[in-house]
Design a protein around this ligand. Structure first.
Ligand code: 6PG
Length: 465
């Protein structure tokens, strides 16, 4: 019987929560997971969860699952990104028919999404790549969704995607058609890159303060940042984490200082190199996670050099301002990368809409993001807006103050450092790139432009004569 309106493939944490969310909208739903090894448990757990949902059917037989869906079939794949998705395509394609739509809701690489769109298109199947942010809770109660691919296919699923998404402050869905190709997954990748730097800035604040302040005091400082216009989901969870105790001890003190990652931050940083943008904060955050993973080496070296943090005070009011400036620079760098890729691929991504769907449901939702909605309605870049230039500039001396305190205390704060370096570099009319050009010309005859000649006219010097 083909009576289900929608299918969810994969019943891991995200899959089962999004399935329940879809069923809550009154949609008749078929769900599938293979019953192999430990995955059998996923099916059992889900069966227990859906007792009160009579409109959800569970399958472990792929053919029966596909046959249960009304046409054109719409299947949301919620499995781990990577090779596994290509395996699913292999088994699913022979069962599908012209016009069916597959939505990949994982953190797939945008180039994989583009490749899969080409492949499925040759079988008359539509492939939508959708970034989905918000973790387990978001999936269940309303995530932020970033779908892309064929507009015609998107229009057939837009009502459903919008109905399961979070809502912005005006009650509109935090879901918008991002553009053609892999633009949705690209935007999600940059969401994660911004997330990495936001998390790292908070980790650096924690590191700066933990010698001289209790966790309660650091939490109090973060509350003050909130009241200072810096409210965000990541700030809130950081306050909760600082307060959480187990058996009278802070859990944070028991957590090993090795940060994991699933790759989107490094993909985003590589994209910055590909499209010629300067995403130094995202990259700094990724490298910090990498360095954290060399735990044994760090322990050995620290004993060898007898490293000690100097006990110095941090000016809290300067830190608050430095945090504001660094966050604006991080968001500027992230949106600039989206803009660069959008021009490269002709995606025509609407930055204001992107900011809007990031104001709720997703991990980087914040008051700052809400301000970006208005800003990008008239400007293409945060650095085209006088108000924000003045705002960041007014915090320059505080950023400097925090960096010099960090150097004196020997505390590494690469994300704040990257923000400061970016700002002082970008606000200087002359940089020493004239020397780089001379060196290139010296050893490779790469030529250079002159300040006393028209741009685009190139010169070469016989340096050794
Ligand atoms: C979200 C998150 C989510 C996630 C990633 C990043 O938007 O819901 O970004 O996609 O946390 O898995 O994870 P890593 O920190 O493991 O790279």
């Amino acid at each position: 019987m083909s009576s289900s309106q929608f299918g969810v493939f994969g019943l891991g944490v995200m899959g089962r929560n999004i399935a329940l969310n879809i069923a809550d909208q009154g949609v008749k739903l078929s769900t599938y997971n293979r019953a192999i090894g430990p995955e059998k448990e996923l099916l059992d757990q889900f069966a227990q969860l859906i007792e009160e949902h009579h409109d959800i059917h569970i399958y472990d037989d792929l053919q029966a699952f596909v046959a249960s869906l009304s046409r054109p079939r719409k299947i949301l794949i919620m499995i781990k990104a990577g090779q596994a998705i290509d395996e699913v395509i292999k088994v699913l394609l022979p069962l599908l028919e012209t016009g069916d739509i597959i939505i990949d809701g994982g953190n797939s690489h945008y180039k994989d999404t583009q490749r899969r769109q080409e492949l499925t298109k040759s079988h008359d199947i539509q492939w939508i790549g959708s970034g989905i942010s918000g973790g387990e809770k978001g999936a269940r109660r309303g995530p932020s969704m970033m779908p892309s691919g064929s507009r015609v296919a998107y229009d057939q699923i837009s009502l459903l995607l919008e109905s399961i998404s979070a809502q912005d402050a005006s009650g509109n869905a935090c879901c918008t058609y991002i553009g053609e190709g892999g633009s949705g997954h690209f935007v999600k990748m940059i969401h994660n890159g911004i997330e990495y730097a936001e998390m790292q800035l908070l980790a650096e604040i924690y590191d700066l303060l933990k010698t001289n302040h209790s966790y309660a005091e650091i939490g109090q400082f973060l509350e003050e940042c909130k009241a200072y216009g810096q409210s965000s989901y990541l700030l809130d969870i950081t306050i909760d984490i600082l307060n959480k105790k187990e058996g009278g001890h802070h859990i944070l003190d028991m957590i090993l200082d090795r940060a994991g990652n699933k790759g989107t931050g490094s993909w985003g940083s590589k994209a910055a190199l590909d499209y010629g943008t300067t995403n130094t904060m995202m990259a700094a955050a990724v490298f910090c996670r990498y360095m954290s993973s060399y735990k044994e080496e760090r322990v050995r070296l620290s004993a060898e050099v007898n490293a000690k943090r100097q006990d110095i005070g941090i000016d809290l009011s300067a830190l608050k301002n430095a945090y504001v400036a660094a966050r604006w620079i991080n968001h500027h760098q992230g949106f600039a990368l989206i803009k660069a890729a959008s021009s490269h691929y002709n995606w025509d991504i609407n930055l204001s809409e992107t900011a809007r769907i990031w104001t709720n449901g997703c991990i980087i939702r914040s008051d700052l993001m809400t301000k970006c909605i208005e800003l990008f309605k008239t400007k293409d870049s945060i650095l085209d807006d006088d108000h924000f230039i003045k705002l960041i500039e007014s915090k320059r001396s505080d950023l400097k103050n925090i960096l010099s305190s960090a150097i004196k205390a020997e505390i590494s704060i690469p994300c704040f450092q990257a923000a400061f370096d970016y700002w002082i570099h970008m606000t200087r009319a002359s940089v020493p790139a004239n020397l780089i050009q001379a060196q290139r010309d010296y050893f490779g005859a790469h030529t250079y432009e002159r300040i006393d000649a028209d741009r685009g006219k190139f010169f070469h010097t016989q340096w050794q004569e």
